[in-house]
Design a protein around this ligand. Sequence first.
Ligand code: ZN
Length: 172
Amino acid sequence: MADCPVCNAQKKPELILFEDEDIMAYLPEEAAAMAHIIIAPKAHYETIDKTPDYLVAWGFAIAKKLAAILLESIKLQGLNLLIENGDGAGQKLPHFTINLLPRFENDGLPLNWTPKQGNIDELKQVEARMKQALSGNWMFEGRPGQATAKPEPEKVAQDRDNYLIKQLHRIP
Ligand SMILES: [Zn+2]
């Protein structure tokens, strides 16, 4: 997509930390925090629900690896993983992204909220609807040409782990 900042980030290799044929991880020029990293499929998908399962799974495996590296290499208080999905969730980019946000003391990022007691009747209604929607429909959408199957996240991670380590650029 020509005017999508995430698609266009592929043209700036100096800001890309990791990429393969499916996914890239880069440092956005407009960042929420120091070492804010965006992980995104290279192909243009607007939201997580429209993104193929195998790309979501692989994107999160990369996010986990980058989180571990950040925690080892930068002194920070914690990390948030954030997905803004749709206007009501504050989505600013027209492309599905996983935001890896390092947290520092007094960084002022407004991501905290206070949990409120739920309404038990509403919770039961949500549970019933979700379980009905999920029944018999719990399959993992694999790479094109591969059979669909139930999720095997450990296998996904193992298959690509060594490849990721070899490809990962050093974070300064
Ligand atoms: Zn895009």
